[in-house]
Write a protein that binds this ligand. Structure first.
Ligand code: PLP
Length: 426
């Protein structure tokens, strides 16, 4: 393979002609393909259908603490659901509060509470001139949407193969009292699939924030979402690590069963120190009389325990693995050695992150759309939708079928090649 940058203008022009013909042929097929959304496929959703049968009209619907789950009662989660999610999140059962059906909702509430009421007695953020959040990039667009919604200034922190650039994080957190938080997806990150290294987690736990109300927003959405049995990432548990370093209150940990059972109908939870949870429960008891206990019971009885959940995740992995492998094989076969893009091979999570040559991502996404392939908008992985290099594209292989992925990757790699040639010819 010759790198495109080493081809002459005439060679590039000839190649463009050949690839344009291929592109027009694919376009003529009138395809309708979508690799934009990190949604489980129908086949994956079917894995949890047994959950519909665990509660029937003749089931005993009384939970472990003796409460009838059909009625009011139990504010912060029934015991059996707490045990299940505590094991999933690798924290003690007493350090967890169960919420409703969405962890993003819990994150929104957490930021909103800090804005309106402050954190543990500190000044409410809405009364401050400036509030800032650190945003490892590329990252999850919905995190950035929450902080943007509240007028919080977002600062890009480049991701490295071991997690966010910790020199930059340490510098900003320890010197600027306006920095109140950092968004983290520490395992199989969205979109790169990176897991924070031991050193990164240690450095997080050792942070000495200038702001007493600084919190790490640790969104472990993909904690048990491995793709391979023999190659799995390991992440140090942050709550215990912060406690060991004398900063027990510095972290909020979020998770949900959205991509384990049913997105939008799973259960979400927050794990934090006793002091943080006390404050959260105070607000919670005003917000609600309690969340959906029947759904909690359904989850607890379906999975039985963490071993049941881990077994279930292997079935998800069996469906996801060939899709990831197909995307990666196509990238390697079509783009390997051309030096017009780079990517990582994640061991879990929901995404593959592709970096094109600078200034090409928007054009690639637009080109792919011309041939019927919808990708996540270029820029979406950055705060304010602005990728300073215009290079990152998120690939979400979970929802389409294998055959659709093969076609989609043909469109995608052709689009990358054509846009890169135009860039080099310009
Ligand atoms: N956090 C991350 C990193 C995600 O990628 C997603 C969904 O894509 C969510 C949270 C959404 O979680 P939930 O369905 O629990 O709101």
């Amino acid at each position: 393979m010759t790198a495109y940058k080493d081809l002459s203008k005439n060679e590039l022009k000839a190649l463009k002609k050949e690839l344009t013909k291929k592109f027009e042929d694919v376009k003529a097929k009138g395809l309708k393909l979508d690799m934009s959304r990190g949604k489980p496929s129908t086949e994956q959703l079917n894995l949890s259908m047994g959950m519909m049968d665990v509660l029937t009209s003749s089931s005993d619907l009384v939970c472990e603490e003796g409460v009838d789950c059909r009625n009011y009662g139990v504010l912060d989660g029934i015991k059996e659901a707490k045990q299940l999610l505590a094991d999933m999140m690798e924290v003690p059962k007493d350090n967890i509060v169960i919420f409703g059906n969405s962890s993003l909702n819990v994150m929104y509430d957490t930021v909103a509470r800090s804005m309106i009421h402050g954190v543990m007695g500190s000044t409410p953020w809405c009364k401050l001139d400036k509030v800032k959040f650190l945003c490892p990039v590329p990252g999850y667009d919905r995190h950035f949407a929450i902080t943007e919604h509240f007028g919080i200034e977002m600062i890009n922190i480049p991701m490295t193969p071991t997690g966010p650039d910790m020199d930059m994080v340490e510098e900003l957190v320890s010197t600027d009292p306006a920095v109140k938080g950092i968004w983290c997806v520490p395992k199989y990150s969205n979109p790169q699939g990176i897991t924070y290294s031991d050193e990164t987690v240690h450095r997080f736990a050792k942070l000495n924030p200038a702001a007493e109300d600084f919190r790490i927003y640790w969104d472990n959405a993909y904690g048990i979402h491995h793709l391979y049995e023999d190659k799995q990432d390991y992440l140090i548990e942050i709550l215990m690590e912060c406690k060991k370093e004398g900063h027990p209150d510095m972290v909020y940990k979020f998770s949900s069963t959205s991509k384990i059972s049913f997105p939008g109908s799973g259960i979400a939870a927050i794990a934090a120190s006793d002091a943080n949870l006390k404050e959260i429960r105070e607000q919670m008891k005003i917000q609600t009389i309690g969340h959906d206990k029947l759904n909690q019971l359904r989850h607890a009885r379906f999975f039985k325990d963490i071993h049941g959940m881990v077994k279930h995740m292997k079935k998800h992995a069996d469906i996801m693995r060939p899709k990831f492998d197909t995307v990666l094989a196509s990238l390697e076969k079509e783009l390997g050695g051309l030096e017009i893009g780079s990517w990582l091979a994640p061991r879990g999570g929901y995404f593959i992150s592709f970096d094109s040559m600078d200034g090409c991502a928007k054009a690639i996404v637009a080109k792919a759309k011309e041939a019927g392939l919808v990708m996540t908008n270029a820029g979406a992985t950055y705060p304010y939708g602005k990728d300073p290099h215009d290079s990152n594209i998120r690939i979400a292989p979970s929802y389409p079928t294998l055959d659709e992925i093969k076609l989609a990757m043909e469109v995608f790699t052709l689009s990358v090649k054509l846009v890169s040639i135009d860039k080099l010819l310009a």
